[in-house]
Design a protein around this ligand. Sequence first.
Ligand code: M6R
Length: 365
Amino acid sequence: TLGGYPDFMAKEINEQPEAIERLLHDRLGEHGIEMDELNMTAEELASVDRIYLVACGTSYHVCLIARAMIEDWAKIPVFCEYASELNYKEPLVTDHTLCVIVTQSGETADTLTAARRMKGLGCKVFAVTNVLGSTAARESDGTLYVQAGPEICVCSTKAYTAQMVACSLLALRLALANGQMDQTEVERHFRNLQAMPALIREVISRRWQDQEASRLFRSAHSALFLGRGVNSTTAYEGALKLKEVSYLHAEAYPAGEMKHGPIALLEPGFPVVAIVPADHVHDKTVSNIQEVIARGATCIAVATDGDEKIAKLCDNVLWIPPVPEEYLVPIVAIVHLQMLARYVAIARGCDVDKPRNLAKSVTVE
Ligand code: M6R
């Protein structure tokens, strides 16, 4: 039931903090991250030398963030693949390749086919899913349930953030197993993950900012989303949310790519959403925002509280509180873009829970 919310999208956006709290509960043990579900011995885990992360849609975006963390923390090379692409090429599998499939429903046909193929090639297959007893869970060697609770809205929100947290735990587990991180470091990262629910609650309480910004899309035909590093993924996911629920065309690019083509789209009033948190690439993205503004386009920034440069430069800012770790910013920043997409869709008279042409789980290849 809706429990007082106007639609499932609103309900599920609001459920994100509790979903993450559930997932983190009892995960930090004396020996690091508790993840027996992996069904792999310490030796097997330590010997993983390559990882394939495979998924579709929003779950694929989770893989892009997971790659950054696994490569940095565990120093294991990662390949991210759309399941529908991997199914028609030859994966480069070693004797110690781990395949991780990420699927909210656990029933996405392309993802299941990819998992079966990787298994056939001798890989261990691990599933990150939200649905207990799903096909993905039954057919995998191990399963991590993200426990976000049933996601009814076709557009994925709480599963996205919960899956990102689940993959952070996996990255920490791998880093501890292969000696790239010690217990103290793992604990430090875990504490940062524990800060996520409160930060998301804070962003949700600022939803009026998204409601205001949604007015800028009133006469728009298209929108551009920009971000750098892990937040180029926030841009991809923000654009997907907007397209899916509001039927407004949206494209996303790593901010530095704008000058290689998309800049030609800019004209007065064209909405550009720039994710520009306080991080090591902040000033580079600010330069892109200056280019956007110089062409008369409208910039809607997602920025960190206290960023005076952005406050001066942009009329429209979706503010996020400071996040203790750069890799975790996407978990907080996306909440604004989920709410923005919802408000734009409602203003355009769309049914946010059941967008046209889409099914909650895509069971055909
Ligand atoms: O259930 P899955 O995570 O495997 O679904 C994958 C995609 O179909 C799904 O994420 C889709 O992109 C969502 N509707 C996006 O909001």
